[in-house]
Design a protein around this ligand. Structure first.
Ligand SMILES: [Zn+2]
Length: 422
């Protein structure tokens, strides 16, 4: 390629005048500077960042999904190790949150940089990717990572200490202290064949959550109070669940966890927003009792509700009678479908399955059972405890406890008037 051609390519690359570039290039070459080196030095002179050098330094709050790479200084808040399968290979990655005074950002380190909570780092040439509309950092092969001597002050807690009520799917590198309420060993079909795992329920002062230990540990026994370091949270059946990996450490606590008997109370909107809650109490008004309530029939094989004698999986079956309520609860912030099983429904209905059969037989319509329940529930305020899960069809609350909230003075007055009028 002639000087002329190189100058033309460079000028169009940099968006500047070709004659100017050509003159500079000729000068350098006449001083015996090799052509490639001359081109690089002109790229630097006319300011093209791509020719060596670091990308723009940004504070965390300034990083947007429009950035492709940045140089950023921040404090490591959490650093959770996890083994994943990436492009067919087993790879250990470190995930967590980086913070400065302007904000926080999630990161994934694809190399073992030895990151620990509390480290202040400068990551040169960190990749920016978009996740769920937000920017995240990728620290990889082409990232230069420097540990700074001076610690950056950040307005965030370091180390990922969390209580069970506050964790959300996607959180990584957390430390929780909790009591094991239930635990069982299960065999699953893992990616490397059959594997044993532990699953159960953890509780602390704030909440209860399901957990899974993918590397079964002897320390995890029912009734034991433990500190779990380096756990991650993911969604399991519509609620957050605590996950222990091979990198999690579990130590026995020398204090007793005070497990709360009651569930944390949440606004329905908030519980739905945080994509579910394993054990939660919500209070609202029942605005409707949905179809499929009252006296229903279940498939004897799978327990699914049978419609017109048909099970979705097993076709024509002889359904077995059961009682159930699906009620829409509204608290002004959102709605949830509360599902009440046989026992709670029996209490509300004021009768058992035999009573319901009799009522349906007399009316020659089993819908009358749902109507009775509807009459009793709709328009009243209830407190419902249970497991709230969210899927594509909406939010469901599998109720474990159900109670009417004391009537408001206005309702009491109305009831009284109605009684007097009788
Ligand atoms: Zn079935």
């Amino acid at each position: 390629m002639s000087v002329e051609e190189r100058a033309e390519a460079l000028a169009s690359d940099l968006g500047i005048d070709k004659e100017e570039v050509k003159q500079d290039l000729e000068n350098l070459v006449s001083y015996s500077v090799p052509m490639d080196e001359a081109v690089d030095s002109l790229r630097r002179k006319y300011g093209d960042g791509s020719a060596g050098g670091e990308p723009e330094s940004k504070s965390i709050g300034e990083i947007t999904t429009a950035d492709s790479t940045v140089t950023v200084t921040g404090r490591v808040l959490t650093a959770g190790k996890r083994s994943i399968r990436y492009q067919g290979n087993e790879q250990v990655i470190t995930e967590g949150v980086l913070a400065d005074s302007s904000g926080t950002i999630d990161y994934t380190a694809w190399e073992d940089f030895g990151l620990s909570p509390g480290d202040t780092i400068t990551a040169g040439n960190a990749g920016v990717r978009e996740w769920d509309g937000h920017p995240e950092l990728n620290l990889g092969e082409s990232t230069t990572l420097v540990f700074e001597d001076e610690s950056l002050d950040v307005p965030h807690e370091i180390g990922g200490e969390a209580d069970l009520a506050s964790v959300e799917p996607g959180d990584r590198g957390l430390a929780v202290e909790a009591r094991v309420l239930e635990v069982e060993t299960r065999t699953i079909d893992g990616r490397d064949g059959e594997a044993e795992i532990l699953s159960g329920v953890l509780a602390d002062e704030s909440a209860r959550l399901p957990f899974t230990d993918w590397e079964p540990r002897d320390e995890i026994e029912a009734g034991v109070d433990l500190r779990f370091e380096n756990v991650y949270i993911r969604e399991f059946r519509g609620v957050p669940s605590v996950n222990c990996s091979e990198f999690t450490t579990v130590t026995e606590l020398d204090r007793a966890i005070e497990v709360s008997d009651s569930a944390p109370r949440k606004a329905i909107g908030e519980a739905v927003e945080s994509c579910g809650a394993f054990d939660v109490e919500v209070v609202g008004t029942i605005v409707a009792v949905r179809d499929g309530s009252g006296l229903i029939q279940r498939c004897p094989e799978c327990g699914r509700v049978v419609q017109k004698g048909q099970c979705r999986s097993h076709g024509q079956v002889e359904g077995e009678d059961d009682l159930r309520v699906k009620a829409i609860l509204d608290d002004g912030t959102g709605t949830v479908t509360a599902i009440l099983g046989t026992d709670l429904t029996r209490e509300i209905y004021g009768g058992d399955i035999d009573d319901a059969r009799e009522q349906a037989r007399d009316a020659m319509d089993q819908e009358v059972v749902a109507d009775s329940i509807r009459e009793r529930l709709v328009g009243r305020e209830y407190s419902i405890r249970g497991s709230l899960s969210v899927d594509e069809y909406g939010a469901n609350l599998n109720a474990s406890e159900f109670g009417e909230v004391a009537e408001s003075p206005a309702e009491r007055a109305r009831t009284l008037l109605a009684e007097v009028a009788e």
